[in-house]
Design a protein around this ligand. Structure first.
Ligand SMILES: Nc1ncnc2c1ncn2[C@@H]1O[C@H](COP(=O)(O)OP(=O)(O)OP(=O)(O)O)[C@@H](O)[C@H]1O
Length: 262
């Protein structure tokens, strides 16, 4: 199975063991994840790619404890998240996990500094202003502390979101299409900052993306199709990733046509 050793090492930064997710509705069940097993080492950067509907967001939501898997185990730093209560999960997430979203998700009425310290406030931790300012300086926004999100460009807003994700010093950071709403230059800056969080601070980063260039910043790319891991590419290049994605899309289209005929 891609991304996993033969004997699954559940002490890794993130471990998924036979994770399934089935969405049940009156219109029928949808298997979004069909048994995903993987283990990610501390201090690594993994991109998750796959055709639309392949289960990328579901994988991220389950791995981050934002949604519960239907079956299987999820462990963060050896601690099992599956089966925990909503309150336990929230506490766990606030202490150990950072998030970066496609549309930044900053609170419009809070300043850059207030947005950045919000996770500390929510976790009931001491607000270390110096630490937050340091983080904002690192992402190039040390002089914009009192600005509102609406006074910043998209790239700057995403850099605030990165400072916010890192301010609690989380073990794991999840990024869902973090460059999807950005121009090429801002995207490069954001990817550089995410990479720095891995290389310099030793965070473990999992990023969902559609963009082969973004994926090439990662140490490895995991490919999903129809809810299962179907491949892994280490030390990816944008061209190599694009080629795999083309093959994957062709395979998915072929299976869909064959299923239509059956
Ligand atoms: N809340 C839900 N209820 C029912 N089905 C869902 C729900 N969320 C996702 N799905 C289905 O699960 C499958 C996987 O969806 P998911 O959003 O994880 O894919 P994705 O790879 O992230 O897609 P995209 O690249 O288009 O964002 C899809 O078939 C989707 O329609």
């Amino acid at each position: 199975m891609p991304g996993s050793p033969s004997a699954l090492d559940t002490d890794q930064a993130l471990c998924l063991d036979g994770v399934t997710k089935i969405y049940r509705s009156a219109g029928g069940d949808v298997t979004a994840l069909g048994g995903v097993t993987l283990a990610l080492r501390e201090g690594t950067f993994t991109a998750v790619m796959g055709p639309s509907g392949s289960g990328k967001s579901t994988l991220l939501q389950c791995a981050a404890g934002l949604d519960a898997p239907t079956s299987g185990r999820i462990l963060v730093g050896g601690v099992e998240m599956s089966g925990a209560s909503e309150a336990e999960l929230t506490k766990f997430r606030r202490g150990r996990i950072g998030f970066v979203f496609q549309h930044f998700n900053l609170l419009p009425t809070l300043s850059v500094l207030q947005n950045t310290t919000l996770p500390l406030r929510l976790a009931g931790k001491r607000i270390d202003r110096r630490q937050a300012v340091e983080m904002l300086t690192r992402v190039g926004l040390g002089s914009r502390l009192d600005h509102l999100p609406s006074q910043l460009s998209g790239g700057q807003q995403q850099r605030v979101a990165i400072a916010r994700a890192l301010v609690t010093r989380p073990r794991l950071v999840f990024a869902d299409e973090p460059t999807g709403a950005l121009d090429t230059r801002s995207a490069r800056e954001v990817l550089g900052l995410l990479q720095e969080a891995v290389r310099i601070d030793g965070r473990t980063l999992v990023m969902v993306t559609h963009d082969p260039v973004a994926a090439s910043y990662a140490d490895q790319v995991l490919f999903l199709a129809d809810g299962v891991l179907v491949g892994r590419l280490a030390n990816p290049t944008a061209a190599g990733v694009a080629e795999r994605m083309t093959l994957l899309a062709a395979g998915v289209a072929h299976r869909a046509t064959a299923a239509g005929r059956a």
